[in-house]
Design a protein around this ligand. Structure first.
Ligand SMILES: [Zn+2]
Length: 427
């Protein structure tokens, strides 16, 4: 790639700064709140109409039968593809259009897209309409630059990422939209910060343990067997065996924040015994059941089979040692950890672009939680996928969420250059 070419592409993106602001504000104004999945269709159609007018082939894919898909809340995804006419790979930018509910504590209207002091405020500004807008403007500027671009560029706006992606990337990946030869490189502009390349995420296992007891009158608990006390023994094993082991283990994953560079186990909730009676009086019974819901996060050095075996062994130990201990372990949700190599095509091209645009080395990171990369990797069988985009992850899902305009412009430059490098196979 010649420096002068990039300088003019960079200048073309600077010239679109106002357009980038307008596009981001327009996207924020669609209240695509999930749950329940509001305004998906008009938001997808807005993106499709824009790209269709610029020569993209636009397709709308409704995830019929996916969770929450109804005629009043259809799960509508948009995929737009531009082909240069020359043979080459396809670079795909995927942004989710859904946002979490606004919640309380806002000092601005969460769906107005207000601009103050170089920031755009609103629910989804960082996570991740700002990133999606930056990707759209980047791709448009790249195409308009008239460079030789062998291959294709795709942009998708997908739904339901915040609830697992089943009506979005999961659905599309199952139908070949995220597999070679249609797509070769994927960038997901999640808000990981403009200087960072996110190469993967930890895995997750949500599950429920239920312990059982025997009901008796609360005044004579010795005639029963308390399921809550059995659960307490489970938690004691977590404290004695699991947490110290997690603290001692190191990972090759560059997870941010750094405290997430180990396995974690959150106890999400415990439900034990009968509910209180009307008037607030306690149940008169010994608890015959107790359920504990947990969230176990896995490192790349672990896998779901091993982690489940570890939990099963802990519970079996208790069953052998503790009188009356009976339990059931139920799976609720699971995703294996994923990490693409730092020297893979999309990660290394993005890192080089960050160096050129920002004048500093890129930081490689992994996300503590999962995002749609899991579906691209596991279902699409496409490894060359990263998350890269403007916005500060910590602000996601918070009141007064915002994205910095300067970061959006810089990220658009990084994305445009990266797509160019990947298509033209430029150094
Ligand atoms: Zn997101």
């Amino acid at each position: 790639m010649r420096g002068t070419d990039f300088a003019s592409l960079s200048a073309a993106i600077d010239a679109r700064r106002d357009e980038l602001v307008d596009l981001t504000r327009a996207l924020i104004r669609f209240p695509t709140v999930n749950p329940p999945g509001d305004a998906y269709a008009p938001c997808a159609e807005f993106i499709g109409a824009r790209l269709g007018a610029r020569g993209f082939k636009v397709e709308y894919v409704r995830a019929v039968g996916s969770p929450g898909d109804t005629d009043s809340h259809p799960r509508i995804n948009v995929v737009a593809r531009w082909e240069s006419g020359l043979d080459g790979p396809c670079v795909h930018f995927n942004g989710h259009i859904d946002v979490v509910p606004a919640g309380a504590g806002w000092s601005v209207d969460p769906f107005a897209g207000e601009v103050h002091r170089g920031r755009i405020y609103g629910r989804g500004s960082a996570d991740m309409k700002g990133g999606l807008a930056a990707a759209i403007v980047a791709v448009e500027a790249l195409i308009d630059a008239g460079l030789e671009l062998p291959g294709a560029l795709e942009i998708s706006g997908t739904v339901d990422e915040e609830s697992g992606g089943y009506g979005g990337v999961h659905y599309l990946a199952q139908r070949g939209w995220f597999s070679a030869p249609r797509v070769n490189h994927v960038i997901i502009p999640e808000p990981l910060n403009v200087g960072r390349v996110c190469i993967g995420h930890r895995g997750v296992w949500w599950a429920e343990i239920e312990t059982f007891g025997r009901s008796a009158h609360g005044s004579m608990p010795f005639f029963g067997d308390c399921a809550v006390r059995h659960m307490q023994a489970v938690i004691e094993r977590f404290e004695r065996d699991l947490y110290p082991q997690f603290a001692s283990r190191r990972t090759a994953m560059p997870v941010v924040p750094e405290a997430a560079r180990r396995s974690t186990l959150n106890i999400n909730s415990i439900h034990g015994g009968q509910p209180e009676q009307s008037g607030g009086y306690p149940s008169p019974c010994v608890a015959d059941s107790c359920r504990l819901i947990f969230d176990r996060r896995l490192l790349i050095e672990e896998n779901l089979a091993g982690v489940k075996q570890q939990m099963r062994a802990l519970l079996e130990d208790l069953a052998a040692e503790r009188h009356g201990f009976r339990y059931v372990l139920r799976d609720l949700f699971e995703v294996e950890p994923t990490m693409t190599p730092r020297d893979g095509p999309v990660a290394s091209a993005t890192a080089a672009s960050i160096r050129q645009v920002l004048g500093r080395d890129a930081e490689f990171v992994c996300s503590p939680g999962t995002y749609d990369q899991k579906h691209v990797d596991r279902i699409g069988k496409l490894k060359d996928c990263i998350a890269y985009g403007p916005g500060i992850l910590d602000l996601a899902h918070q009141p007064d969420e915002y994205v910095e305009l300067d970061d959006m412009v810089a990220a658009a430059k990084v994305m445009a250059r990266t797509a160019w490098v990947l298509l033209a196979r430029a150094p």
